[in-house]
Write a protein that binds this ligand. Structure first.
Ligand SMILES: NC(=O)c1ccc[n+]([C@@H]2O[C@H](COP(=O)([O-])OP(=O)(O)OC[C@H]3O[C@@H](n4cnc5c(N)ncnc54)[C@H](OP(=O)(O)O)[C@@H]3O)[C@@H](O)[C@H]2O)c1
Length: 163
């Protein structure tokens, strides 16, 4: 399983149910990386998407404890066990796309993390862990620096170290 997120200098990822900043180049990278694949998200993240709707051209799986929640175009799971059962053996093309709660719960199942590192600091109420301080992961690829609307960022690939 893989994970994809955008974080600022403090590993902040969200505020008031929304992203910290809109970066068209990051959205494009997200679309390219997830297109044709399976995305897994928490209910809060689904509700933060435009129209609170499933993402097109992807299999959408949403985690919730609610038993009466049936958003259009989404498959629903109520636990990690149910998620794993639904996904089956091959989880290579599965991308965890947030938010904070789901990232933290599913990171132990992820071998690759695609991180957009934003070179700025924003007020925030949701964070991801500092992967640079996590001895289980290392950076194996880094893009050229990019800039949009005066905000610098770059894409990094973190992979789980083989013991
Ligand atoms: N920077 C980024 O790349 C990025 C990406 C995605 C999201 N975000 C941001 O992250 C924030 C949302 O994150 P969040 O932590 O508040 O919410 P979240 O992780 O999107 O969703 C949390 C919800 O998912 C369900 N859930 C989680 N684990 C579950 C489990 N094991 N079993 C059953 N249901 C489970 C629960 O839904 P119920 O309450 O329905 O039970 C829980 O309340 C927003 O600000 C969003 O914009 C940022």
């Amino acid at each position: 399983m893989q994970l994809i997120l955008a974080a600022d200098k403090n590993w902040a990822i969200g505020k008031d149910g929304d992203l910290l900043v809109s970066l068209p180049g990051d959205m494009k990278f997200f679309r390219k990386t997830t297109s044709g694949k399976t995305v897994v998200m928490g209910r809060a993240t689904l509700e933060s998407l435009p129209g609170k709707k499933a993402l097109p051209k992807r299999r959408n799986i949403v985690m919730t404890t609610r038993t009466n929640y049936f958003p259009e175009g989404c498959e629903i799971v109520h636990s990690i066990d149910e998620l794993m059962e639904l996904l089956g053996e091959n989880t290579d093309d599965v991308l965890v796309m947030g938010g904070a709660k789901v990232y933290e719960e599913l990171l132990p199942y992820c071998d690759t993390c695609w991180i957009t590192k934003i070179d700025a600091e924003f007020p925030a109420d949701r964070h991801f862990r500092n992967l640079d301080a996590d001895e289980d992961f290392e950076v194996t690829w880094e893009s050229e620096p990019m800039e949009e609307n005066g905000i610098g960022y770059r894409f990094l690939k973190y992979e789980r170290k083989n013991d």
